[in-house]
Design a protein around this ligand. Structure first.
Ligand code: HEC
Length: 132
């Protein structure tokens, strides 16, 4: 009777271990899969300077009243230099410096917010955009 009980317990422990092992295996597999999916999803989206500008900058730099960037630049540099997308004098290196360091009311953006590659595309966009 005691031996039977011991056998049953052994089997129970073995089963529990097996279930734990399989669960871990499944979990690690699904985790790996989701990481791969994220990597693929990221790689498929091309970096688009104009899109980044809409996402991070336009709220403050759009044309018209109510945009602090446009308003401040209009006061400091004149109306013809108020809207970033209409500027012909913006150098990529200047845009990159301002975005990383901020300027007066404009907050700086960290690489965790705008990556170096994204900043490169953004600066390229603002320094070469066709002005109308
Ligand atoms: C929270 C509002 C805000 C956001 C968001 C913002 N800016 Fe600005 N930005 C400003 C303000 C305000 C100024 C003007 C500072 C001053 O001169 O008083 C400015 C100035 C600048 C200047 C300087 C222009 C010059 O001729 O000196 C550049 C370049 C610039 N911003 C680029 C960007 C880019 C690129 C983004 C997006 C990544 C961005 N800004 C996002 C508020 C913002």
């Amino acid at each position: 009777m005691a031996r039977e009980l011991a056998e049953m317990m052994k089997a129970g422990v073995f089963r529990a271990l097996l279930v734990t092992f399989i669960t871990c295996l499944l979990l690690s597999c699904s985790e790996k899969q989701s990481v791969d999916t994220v990597a693929v999803a990221k790689a498929e989206v091309p970096i688009d300077g104009a899109e980044l500008y809409k996402q991070y900058c336009i709220a403050c730099h759009a044309e018209g009243p109510g945009h602090p960037g446009t308003m401040r630049l209009g006061i400091r540099l004149g109306e013809d230099k108020a809207v970033l997308t209409k500027r012909t004098d913006l150098q990529a290196v200047y845009v990159k410096t301002i975005v990383r360091q901020g300027i007066l009311l404009m907050p700086p953006f960290r690489p965790s917010e705008i990556s170096d590659a994204e900043l490169e595309a953004l600066a390229e966009y603002l320094s070469t955009i066709t002005k109308t």
